[in-house]
Every structure is written in C-alpha cells, then in structure tokens.
Design a protein. Structure first.
Lengths: 162, 803
C-alpha cells in the first residue's frame, strides 16, 4: 500500500511523516507522533475519548484519516497545560474529582475546552449536552459536569481580574 | 516537566492548636493520580511500545456453535509483514486449557483452549491469531485465513438448553447444566401452609456488561532462550493472573511477571485470565518477540465477559400485614459457553440464590439455582455480581406484596427489614451481616425525598394526565470477604486476604507496595491517606506502588468491594509496625521512651507537646546509616510487610429511591429524581466515595433502561457496537442526591466497609418499582429488564387492549 507524506502542526510544533491512506489519525498521533494522551475507546466515533482539535475544531481522530490532517494544526490533551502548569480547566477537574480511571479524560477535556471557548457561561444542561458524545463509565458524569461549571467560573474570574 | 505538588485539605489546624490527631483519613484530599492523567501522561497498555514488537489480531468465530472442519492459514502466512499465524493445534502441546476447579458438589468443569481446537461455542470465540508488523497488516491477514465450519444447532435459550432434546455444548456434560445448588432454611412448607397470602411472579434480567472505556489489551514479552516472561495487561488481578498463567503455560511462577499499568476501568470483567493473554504469551515464546494486542470495541462486546442474564420464579408467603413468612425461588442463570478462571460460572447463580433474601428477615427459604451453559460469551463477575438482578427480583416482590395487600411499599419494607438489634445476623443462605441500621437508612431516604410530598405531587400530576411514580429499593452487600466468607463458594483459589509492604527510605519517604490494584478507584490516594496517618508522614511523602508482581507482595487484586478495606487494613497493620520501629529508633536518639513519642506528618513529638523534637528523616537516616549509634538488637532498615484477612467480611447497605415519569405516547421512562442513602462504615475519602456511588448508579441505570446484549435465535450478537449497545451519556443521568450514614464495622480494621459496587445494585429495582407505580392505575406491571420504550409501550398497548 502506497505511503503519503503528511505535514502538520502538532501542539505548535511542525511534524512530518508518512502514512498509508487508511491510517487513522488517532493511530498516527499515538504511533507516529508518539503522543499517547489521545485515547482510543471504540474506533467508531461513539465514545469521544480520541477527540482532538483540528484547526480549532473538536474532531474524532478515530473517524479521521491521517492524510486528511495534512496541512492542519492539531492540538491534543498534551497542549492544555502551559509552562508546566495545569490549565484552569484541568485544575477544575482535579479539584472536583472529574476523573477516576482517566481513560475518557483527554477527550472530555478537549470537548469541555471547546465548549468553554464558545460559551463562557454555560448552564448545567448546556454542559451535559456538550459532553453527551463523550462516554465515561466511571463517574456517572456528575463530577465532570461540576468540574466544567467550576472551570467556567474560574475563567470568568480570571477574565474579570484581567 | 515539573509536576505540581498535590495540595491536601487539612482537617483541623496542625499542630498550632495542639491537634496532632488531625488525620488524612476522612478528608476529601485531592487525588494523587490526577496530575498525570490530566496531562495525558497516564500509561495504559495501548501506550506500551517495545523494540521488535509485533501486533496481534484474533480471528473469531462467526458461528455460535460449529465444528472446525479445516483451517488453512497459508495465504495469511504469505502476506508481507506477517511474522506468525497460530491456530489451536499449534498450542495444544504448549499450553493447558483454561479450566477452573471447584469443590462444589454439582460442578462440572469445562475446558477452554486459548484458541479453539475442535469446536467453537460462541460468536467471538478466538480460533486463530496473526502476529504482524502492524495491527493493520494483522487484520488484513485475518481475511486470508480460510476456515471450514460444520455448523451445529445453537443453544441460545437457557430454559430450552435444560431440556433433554437440547443440543449439547460440551458433549461430556449431559444436560448443559454446569453448576447448581439448593438453598434450604427453616420450614417453607409450613410457612406457606400458614400464610394469609401466597403471591408469585416471574422476573427476568438481561445480559449486559461493563464496557470499560479502555478495552482489554496486553503485551507479552518472553526473554529469549527460555527466559522470564513479562505480561503487561489491563487486569485487576496481577498476582492471581500470574498464578493462573504459570499453571496453563507450565512455567514456574518465578519465571512470570505480570504488570498492570494504568487500567482504564474494569468493573470486574478484567478480573479473569483470558484466552487471548495465554495466546499472546505462547506467541511471544514461539516467535521470540514481544507481541501486543489491544482489543477493539466489537471484541469487547462479543468476547470479553458478560453478566446478569437471569430468570427468577418467585413465590412469597406473607401474613395479613405483609410480613414475609417464607420465600421460594427457582433461579436460572445463563452462564454462556465456559467457566471463567478463577471464579467459575458459579458466581452468578450462587450469589443470586445467596443474596435474594437481601436485607429482610426471611428464615424460611427454599431456592434452587442453576447455571446453564449456552452458546454465548462466558459470564463472569461484573460490578454487583448477580445482586443487581437478585435485588431487582426481591424489590419487585416487595412492591408486589404492597400492591396485593394495598399497603404502602415503604411500610412493607419497614415490616420486613432487619433491625440493628439482630446483628450479627446469619441469613437463610448462611451469610453473616455484621452491622448497620437498615430501617434508619429507609427512613432517611423517605425524609430526604419528602415522601409524603412526592406522593401528593404524584396525585396532582396524575390528575393532569401525567404518569409519575416513586420506587424504592433496599439492599445489603457483603464486602471485603475474608476466609470465613468465601467470595465464591467452593473456589480453589479463594481470595481472602491482601498485603501491604512499606519501606521508608533514608530521606523519610515511604514506598507503599500493595497487592491490590487501582483501575479508577483512587486507591493511590486513599491508601496513601491510610499509610500517611499510620506511619506519621505527610501525604506527599507516600508513593503507592501497585500492579507489578515483581514489586508488590502477593495479593489478590481489586474486585468484590474489597480493596480499600483489605488493602487499607493491611496498610494499617504495616503502618503501625513501621511507626513502632521509627519510635523505637527515635526514642534511642532522643533518650526518651518510645511510648512517649508521637509521629506526625514527618516530625517526632513528645506526647502533648507542640514543638517537634526531630525530623522523621533524621530517624530514617539513623536506621540505615547510624547503626553504631543504635542498640545491637535493633535490626537496620525500615520495612514492614503485613497481611490482612478480615475473616467474616462486612456488610454495606443502602436505600435507593427513584422518581420517574413515563411518557404514555412513546413508553419512554425519564428519571426525575434519584436518591441514594448509603452506609459504608468509616469513610477514607468522602469525595471518592461519592464518585464511586455516582458511577455505580450510572451503570445501574444503564442496566435498568438501556444496556442489552441481544442475541438472535442463531446466537448472533446484535448489539456489538456502541451504536447498538447503549450506555448512558451525561444526558441520561438524572439529578441525584447522596446521603451518607456511618455505622463502623465491628469486623474490620478502622470500621471500613466496601462500597465500590453498591451504586450499581439497586437502580434496576428502584426504577422498575417507580415505573410500575407510575402505571399502576393502568394495570401495567413490568417484570422484565431493560425497560426500553419499546417494551413499556408494548405493555401499555396490551393493557389498553385488555381493558
């Protein structure tokens, strides 16, 4: 099977690699780029664990071929903490017991980050709807919802302080 | 990368106000495992990469029941990138079949070869494995394997499977019955003869499963030249698995190392030895290279572990007030095609019979329970093990009594619940309940729900044509099972104890090694809380090590709501030993009495004083490097290893209440409100307990309303993806309240009770009772799970036609 050149930006750094046309972006990120924070939970787009940003939009990397990401800019969970510090969203997950086994967490964080970029003051129902495509088997979602609402408050506080 | 230091929440002031007793246990400290997971830095099996590693894929049977006539793997072997293809015959000389034993009288063993040899017995059973340079190539090669199947009649219905004319799964087993047991206590004949009312009902629960977000996966690496074998695997039971692997592979146990790295959920189903793990080990030995396999979601749903397909035929005898005089049951459990190691297929049938009486006073009991083999995925422990089904049956029976005698369902429970004066109580199935206050739990639930107001609101809504219902469910859960309360009756490998091994290094930091493992339960944190308190160090000075059999003392693993109680108990014992030795050394350095010293958060104090006398790190250095200063009989080093067997175990309990509305047009059930009042004794970390309850309730709601592994009449699984197998999302989870009651166990160290499974046990009962309550005026009674809109709507149609 022929190989295709892929050139993209990953978490702000240039990456160049080769992949078969059928290679999933999730596998490319994990195996070729070597970032294993992006998790694969179902490989059919139903669990959301593999969600990453492609050019700022949350996308299921298991439903995307690596070749489709050629020329794009990708952000994964590894990009959220800046200068060694957890982001306010990550902090909120830590403070509100927003994770148990940690497997769904990267996808949840990306999904929540996308929500908070678009909606600074979401209601509980809006948070639930936003993460309804991301499955978690450990938490029953309650503490995840609390975490995201707490992160929104933190970010509002930071915006007012600025 | 700099890791942020965990901040801990102080319980009370330290030591300024003299509160040297301030403890981590009981405080909602932030989890130590979170910073790595939040950064995407967890290390799960799929993240493991080894030099020269091959990727495996398994060929699985498309038939439920067939004889394997021929397998041709030549084309697959010839595919570039394929390094090895294995079929069952390649392994028969190398590995034994998986065949758990039992001391139960009516137990018949099955033999599961790691790759099928003569027959396949369920859709999804593995019969060949390809190892290739990538998973993509391995899957290409699967398509080139040519298998000739001779289909046999599939055995799909458990009741039909017991009939003499049924086809047989295992020719040597004449009736497909692989386990059976009869529970008898008291005098049921007399109780039923004297009863004012005898009621009967049939309840069924559906096959479903844990579906952890991380599927199963393993990497086997056999050192060349017949050296040691390492298996990294997503398991809950590293040591038990090592024992099992050594046996089937014919290796000394010292030659096998099992490592469970971060595990992305297990809920019981990862507590087994799997044929795929055995095959990977054999493949690595044969090929001399590491071999990795990560299952896909389809494999998880077809071929891992299923649970909870039960039938309950119940007869209950009561007096005129609804007090239960006797209970009879016939329980049939579909256990799938094979026993599972080490639990056997007896877990579900026996626990269903053992726990059916629940928290109620039932002394006349007569229950026969059967485990029937069918051509479906094997059944094993999944969170709650049988009790979500048995509790559903019993709680629906209680509501049946209430309906027939026109009593309030809460009142029937009140009249039958065990009271605190009756503990320790030996149940009709000879289980011992140690403590708790079941009536108080019920009353607390009614109070928090504002039961009278909910009833008033229900009437009001009914007048508006809306169908709202209130449902209750109570349960008791035996947890932290010890040697006098076997987790699986008759098991050859009875997991009754666990170990903690503590080592303080010369800098005063503690490495705490446990045989139990964490797959989301927060044990890295809660065990560190216990160790820090007992030894007298700061939380951040404790590092918990789990999951590596080369590092940890032999332990049983994490399942059956045991880890915090038994691992925590072992930590208390070892922590106290280490604390005593530290005080002895410190006493020598300070020329004081060990009894007069207190160790607290890394400092040594004289009892009653607030100024520390010495850093614990100085004591630790002395233990290793200043032996000359210490008495000759004081052995150098700072380690302590202790095992803990809670012997009787301890019983947690809870009352769940559900308020639902049923849409008559669509049959859709929506949960308006959900309440949990639970008692798990002393709490180590309240937020962690809450998280476990929430998660358990979500899985219980899934089992009540959505999740169903449906097989057709040919034994094909119709729900092998998340498109068809519906697990609850954030949108399906209702507003829930959790109330904690605390009755410390008199049977365990620290008064702890297990609680990991509890949340899952009661939702099916509470929700079904609520739905039946909502539809009572229409004459609809639902007795079969799950309560899908289709099923509710059909019942409504039947009722309206009958009317």
């Amino acid at each position: 099977m022929s190989m295709h050149s892929i050139s993209l930006t990953i978490n702000g750094k240039k990456f160049e690699g080769q992949a078969e046309a059928r290679k999933l972006l999730s596998d490319f990120i994990r195996e070729d780029i070597g970032l294993t924070g992006t998790h694969v939970g179902c490989e059919h787009g139903m669990c959301g664990a593999c969600t990453v940003f492609i050019d700022g939009v949350g996308v299921r990397s298991c439903l995307t071929f690596a070749v489709q990401a050629d020329g794009t800019s990708i952000e994964t969970v590894e990009s959220l903490a800046k200068d060694g510090k957890l982001s306010p969203l990550q902090e909120a997950f830590w403070e509100n017991h927003g994770l148990q086994c940690g497997f769904c967490t990267p996808g949840m964080l990306i999904c929540a980050e996308e929500l908070l970029r678009e909606n600074k003051n979401p209601t509980e129902q809006e948070v639930r709807l936003a993460i309804s495509g991301n499955l978690c088997r450990c938490t029953g979602y309650h503490h995840i919802v609390l975490s995201i609402l707490a992160a929104a408050k933190k970010l509002q506080g930071a915006a007012q302080a600025a | 990368m700099q890791q942020p230091q965990p901040r801990t929440q102080e319980v009370t002031g330290i030591p300024g106000d003299g509160a040297l007793g301030a403890r981590y246990v009981g405080a909602a400290v932030k989890r130590l495992e979170d910073p790595r997971h939040l950064r995407g830095g967890g290390r799960f099996v799929p993240d493991i990469v080894l030099p020269r590693m091959l990727h495996a894929a398994f060929l699985r049977s498309p038939h439920a029941h067939a004889r394997l006539a021929a397998i041709d793997v030549r084309a697959a072997q010839a595919l570039p990138g394929v390094e090895g293809v294995l079929v069952g015959a390649d392994l028969t000389a190398l590995v034994k079949p998986i065949s758990p034993r039992s001391r139960l009288k009516e137990f018949k063993a099955t033999r599961l070869p790691p790759l099928a040899t003569e027959k396949v017995r369920f859709v999804g059973e593995a019969l060949a494995m390809v190892a290739a340079t990538s998973r993509y190539v391995a899957e290409d090669a699967l398509e080139l394997i040519d298998v000739e199947y001779a289909p046999l009649p599939p055995v799909v219905d458990m009741e039909a499977a017991m009939l003499p004319e049924s086809a047989l799964l295992h020719e040597e087993l004449p009736d497909n019955l692989i386990v059976a047991r009869h529970f008898r206590a008291g005098d049921c004949r007399r109780a039923f003869a004297e009863a004012a009312h005898v009621l009967s009902a049939r309840f069924t629960t559906q096959r479903h499963t844990a579906a952890p977000l991380e599927t199963r996966g393993a990497v086997a690496d056999s050192a060349p030249g017949g050296g040691r074998l390492t298996l990294w695997t997503s398991t809950q039971i590293p040591h038990l698995l090592r024992t099992g692997l050594a046996e089937v592979l014919g290796l000394p146990e010292t030659q096998v190392r099992v490592v469970a790295p971060d595990v992305g959920g297990g809920f019981g189903i990862k507590g087994h030895i799997f044929p795929e793990e055995v095959t990977l080990c054999a493949a690595s030995r044969l090929l001399g290279r590491p071999v990795k396999w990560v299952e896909d979601r389809r494999e998880d749903l077809t071929s891992s572990i299923h649970a909870r397909e039960h039938i309950y035929e119940i007869e209950v005898a009561t007096d005129g007030r609804g007090v239960i005089l006797g209970l009879r049951a016939r329980i049939v459990v579909d256990v799938g095609a094979y026993h599972v190691w080490p639990w056997t297929a007896a877990m579900e049938p026996l626990m269903a019979g053992g726990f059916l009486p629940g928290p109620y006073r039932i002394s006349n009991y007569d229950a026969a329970t059967y485990g029937v083999a069918t051509n479906k995925c094997p059944v094993g422990p999944y969170r709650g093990v049988a009790r979500p089904a048995s509790t559903f049956a019993m709680e629906c029976t209680i509501d049946l009594i209430a309906r027939r005698l026109d009593l309030d369902p809460a009142e029937v429970r009140r009249r039958n619940l065990l009271t605190p004066e009756e503990f320790p109580y030996t149940s009709a199935s000879r289980l011992v309940y140690d403590s708790g206050d079941y009536p108080a739990c019920l009353e607390t639930a009614l109070r928090h729900l504002d039961y009278a107001e909910e009833r008033r609101r229900q009437e009001e809504l009914r007048r508006q044509g809306r169908c709202r219902g209130i449902g209750l469910a109570c349960y008791v859960e035996l947890t932290a099972l010890g040697s006098a309360s076997p987790s699986g009756p008759g098991l050859e490998e009875n997991p009754a104890s666990d170990a903690a091994s503590l080592e303080m290094d010369p800098s005063g930091k503690v490495a705490a090694k446990f045989g139990i493992t964490s797959h989301g339960q927060s044990l890295e944190t809660t065990l560190a809380q216990v160790v820090a308190d007992e030894v007298g160090v700061r939380l951040e000075d404790v590092t918990v090590h789990q999951g590596d059999t080369d590092v940890s003392p032999y332990g049983m693993g994490t399942f059956a709501s045991r880890a915090a109680v038994i691992g925590g108990g072992a930590a208390m014992l070892a922590g106290r030993d280490l604390n005593a030795k530290l005080r002895r050394i410190a006493a020598h350095l300070l020329e004081a009495n060990p009894e007069d010293l207190v160790l607290h958060r890394g400092q040594v104090y004289l009892k009653g004083q607030r100024q520390p006398l010495l850093q614990l790190a100085e004591v630790a250095r002395a233990a290793y490097f200043l032996n000359k200063k210490l008495p000759r009989d004081l052995e150098p080093g700072l380690t302590a290893t202790r095992y803990y067997d809670p012997y009787e175990g301890t019983a947690s309990n809870a009352t769940h209440a559900a308020v639902v509305e049923v849409d008559l047009a669509t049959g859709d059930v929506s949960i308006v409100k959900y309440l949990v009042v639970e008692d798990c004794g002393k709490v180590i970390n309240p937020v962690v307990v809450e998280g476990q309850v929430w998660g358990g309730v979500a899985q219980g709601i899934g089992g009540a309303l959505y999740e169903h592994l449906r097989y057709d009449e040919h034994g094909q699984l119709l729900t092998a993806s998340f498109m068809d197998y519906l697990v609850p999302s954030a949108m399906e989870m209702p507003e829930t309240d959790i109330v904690h009651l605390e009755t410390p166990s008199p049977h365990t160290l620290g008064g702890l009770k297990g609680m990991g499974e509890g949340g899952t046990i009661a939702p099916a009962g509470a929700i079904t009772n609520a739905v039946n309550d909502a539809l009572r005026h229409l004459g609809v009674v639902l007795t079969d799970l799950p309560l899908t809109p289709e099923r509710v709507h059909a019942a409504l149609r039947r009722a309206s036609r009958g009317a």
